[in-house]
Ligand binder design. Structure first.
Ligand SMILES: Cc1ncc(COP(=O)(O)O)c(C=O)c1O
Length: 376
């Protein structure tokens, strides 16, 4: 059996251990310290746009804190892109609020402006004006930023930009992770860079950052004893994990180049195959980090359907996955509202995520190509 080829595995740059060793030497083995501040500075410099970054334990905790900062309350409704990982929506339920799911459009596969506006208008009619919109840059692809921002502004609803998968992507030259009133990033082990586990809240308002740090370090009031006027969370990133993150920031630009090269590699031989479409930037406004390279297989035109290609690849020990199952189809969210026309469901039935790690070797790529060409 050939060695397993992973979908997206961690890819260390080499400098990570230097920062971890420093933390050990200085005994900063805690959820604060020079690496936490350093990682936040590195991200602020990378993202630009005068943002402030709070390093947290995960992208999920960053969304949770974002919803708290937006004052979401039990019974409120929050609009969320349906084609995404469940972590985009779970924190809505942690708040006692209800997610309302929005379909995708078929250019960026992200939140559809048409379905979004329909949901807002209907929510207002029902006396439930949505408290926030969560738009996702799926597989690293920016959503239709200008259109979604215009709708958010028209109805005065705050936008949360879930750029968990999109560090290094851009829309009109501006980095993903800066488009929301609050934005979030993830450094989970499968992402373009990892801190082994971690996330960040990205804000333009310094007060939001200070409040996020306060809430994520147990909401301790200024007092000699432990005093709490608000509910706190233990969500701050550890100084060790932040050290890994700092090392990874040194190679982030290389990682974007390498993932984009993977996409070019797939484009070089998949474009000729009948019924196969590689998910690609719609026009020059979009710059995708291609966190994952993804294809659609149209069963009416291709040699095989998605599932038989998936099984064929797995037999060769090549890890592939269907797309995220839209959240409005998930049993856990079966009672939630949904606005759309079936785009995300079609993408789910036809889509396959291909190995996309920045550490794929030439030999692995040759093997993947041979197996895919053989199957398709
Ligand atoms: C779109 C999206 N949102 C949120 C998350 C949550 O991030 P984390 O795993 O760091 O909690 C992830 C990834 O895991 C994700 O892919």
């Amino acid at each position: 059996m050939k060695e397993k080829i992973w979908l997206s595995s961690p890819h260390m740059g080499g400098a990570e251990l230097k920062y971890i060793n420093q933390a050990f030497e200085e005994n900063w083995i805690s959820p604060l310290g020079p690496n936490v501040n350093g990682f936040e500075n590195d991200l602020e410099l990378f993202l630009g746009e005068n943002v402030h970054v709070a390093a947290l334990m995960s992208g999920t905790s960053a969304i949770h804190i974002a919803l708290i900062l937006l004052n979401v309350k039990p019974g409120d409704e929050v609009l969320c892109q349906s084609l995404t990982f469940s972590a985009s929506a779970n924190p809505i339920v942690y708040m006692g609020a209800s997610p309302v799911f929005i379909d995708s459009e078929d250019e960026t596969w992200n939140i559809s402006p048409v379905a979004l506006e329909e949901a807002i208008v209907d929510g207002i009619k029902r006396g439930k004006k949505p408290k926030a919109i969560i738009a996702v840059c799926i597989y690293g692809m920016p959503y239709k930023v200008d259109e979604i921002r215009a709708i958010a502004d028209k109805y005065q609803i705050p936008l949360i930009d879930d750029s968990a998968e999109a560090l290094g992507s851009m829309y009109k030259g501006i980095k993903c992770g800066t488009f929301g009133d609050l934005s979030i990033l993830s450094f989970n082990g499968n992402k373009i860079i990892t801190s082994s586990g971690g996330g960040a809240l990205v804000v333009k308002n310094r007060k939001y950052k200070d409040k996020a740090v306060f809430l994520s370090t147990q909401a301790k009031d200024a007092a000699p004893h432990y005093q709490h006027s608000e509910l706190g969370y233990n969500y701050r990133l550890s100084n060790i994990c932040a050290g890994i993150g700092r090392g990874q920031m040194e190679v982030l630009n290389d990682r974007v180049i390498q993932r984009r090269q993977n996409h070019e590699f797939y484009a070089s031989f998949l474009s000729e195959l009948p019924g196969v479409t590689l998910f690609s930037e719609p026009n020059e406004d979009y710059f995708c980090n291609y966190w994952l390279s993804v294809i659609l297989i149209d069963p009416s035109k291709a040699k095989r359907d998605r599932d038989s290609v998936r099984e064929g690849m797995l037999k060769e020990n090549i890890e592939v996955r269907p797309l995220w199952k839209p959240l409005h189809l998930q049993p856990v969210f079966k009672t939630s509202r949904f606005y759309g026309t079936g785009v995300s469901e079609k993408l789910f039935t036809q889509g396959l995520c291909l190995p996309s790690g920045s550490n794929l070797t030439e030999n692995e790529k040759i093997h993947i190509k041979n197996v895919l060409l053989n199957l398709l």
